[in-house]
Design a protein around this ligand. Structure first.
Ligand code: TXA
Ligand code: MG
Length: 346
């Protein structure tokens, strides 16, 4: 299949809408990461997404809407907590898990009785949903297991020949995927940290929001998880990553002692020149938003530069940095070394 890469404009968005109405799949920009979209009611179209990504069949997709009216048939209830979160954070990078509605195809929900729903803020994502005239099921636009793409070039690298159209809407602002929060129980539970933080949601709801254990701990074989995506190795470049906790001086000495070839570091802005091996920055120390924005393209850059072993400076575990920490833990298959010190990673 020939894959077109088109600048997102009125004409190409209209064409994307036509393809989606015909049961095709299209890669689109959102404010978090690029997604691969299909009509959420069309099982055959959604099956094409799973095939293009090589995605396990038991991992459900998020449904994207472009107006509150579009919730009809997507969810079967919209409780008060959802109303409050939607008022504060939609359109935006927040996915809510709610009881599923009757118009979704089974493949979208992967057999679950719930669905993840989100109203993206990106104008191109909204325009494509409107052009298709139906909510769109869309996972991140990477091959399963790879880092999510935050620009059209990275989408094209993974998806060339696998779908008919990639719409280029520039670099994604957030750079990490949406926060996924389950509203199925009495207390909201974050299943995947993202750009909208626990602290922000607690402020809006006036209640506690829990964070699932699986965000910072490896899921054991056979263990039941709230979110199927947590079972899988994720976001991983070809290189072997290790997260290193500790201050900068200890980190530098640790890396200096490494005998392997093609060792790289993933570090914070300005540290590159003081490291004994090639280093790529993933943003400013202590700045979760900057790190989120840079992380996935930095992981892909490591592959392009032939890195085999990568030592990574560890981000904080609060605010947006919790999302960055979670993605890095998974990219590193939970390999973490703690060099001690005061834990401030200075
Ligand atoms: O920012 C985003 O959310 C991007 C853009 C394209 O919108 N999408 C995205 O989708 O990251 P995906 O498929 O790569 O990740 C969706 C995550 C998976 O971990 C999946 O298991 C979880 O959400 N999920 C989806 N539906 C769920 C459900 N009903 N219950 C629990 N987890 C669910
Ligand atoms: Mg994904």
């Amino acid at each position: 299949m020939k894959t077109l890469l088109l600048q997102a404009d009125e004409r190409s968005v209209k064409y994307a809408g036509e393809l989606l109405q015909r049961g095709e799949i299209v890669a689109i920009p959102t404010e978090t990461v690029y997604g691969i979209a299909a009509d959420c009611t069309d099982g055959d179209a959604v099956a094409k997404i799973f095939a293009a990504k090589g995605r396990p069949q038991d991992n459900p997709l998020i449904v994207h809407i472009a107006s509150r009216d579009m919730l009809e048939g997507v969810v079967s209830s919209f409780p008060p907590q959802a109303e409050k979160l939607a008022a504060a954070f939609w359109p935006g990078p927040l996915t809510m898990i709610l009881p599923r509605g009757d118009k979704l195809c089974d493949a979208t929900c992967a057999g679950l009785s719930s669905v993840g729903v989100r109203f993206p803020a990106h104008p191109v994502a909204q325009a494509v949903i409107r052009a298709a005239g139906v909510p769109l099921s869309a996972p991140s636009a990477n091959l399963s297991g790879k880092p999510s793409p935050t620009n059209a070039r990275d989408v094209f690298a993974d998806m060339q020949g696998r779908l008919p159209l990639v719409l280029d809407g520039g670099d994604c602002k957030a750079g990490v995927e949406s926060t996924v929060v389950s509203l199925l129980g009495d207390i909201p539970v974050i299943l995947r940290p993202g750009y909208i933080t626990r602290e922000q949601m607690q402020d809006v709801l006036g209640t506690e929001v829990l964070v699932s254990q699986a965000i910072t701990h490896a899921v054991k074989a056979g263990e039941k998880v709230l979110s199927p995506g947590m079972k899988y190795r994720h976001y991983a470049p070809d290189a072997m990553l290790t997260l290193v906790k500790g201050d900068f001086a200890s980190f530098r000495e640790y890396v200096r002692g490494m005998p392997e070839k093609n060792v790289f570091c993933l570090c914070f802005d300005g540290e590159e020149k003081d490291l004994p091996v090639p280093a790529i920055s993933y943003g400013k120390k202590g700045d979760g938003a900057a790190q989120a924005h840079a992380l996935f393209s930095a992981l892909r850059e490591l592959d392009r530069r032939g890195a085999k072993t990568v030592y990574v400076r560890c981000p904080e575990e609060t605010g947006i940095s919790l999302a960055v920490y979670n993605r890095l833990l998974r990219a590193a298959a939970f390999r973490v070394i703690d060099l001690g010190g005061d834990g401030k990673n200075r």
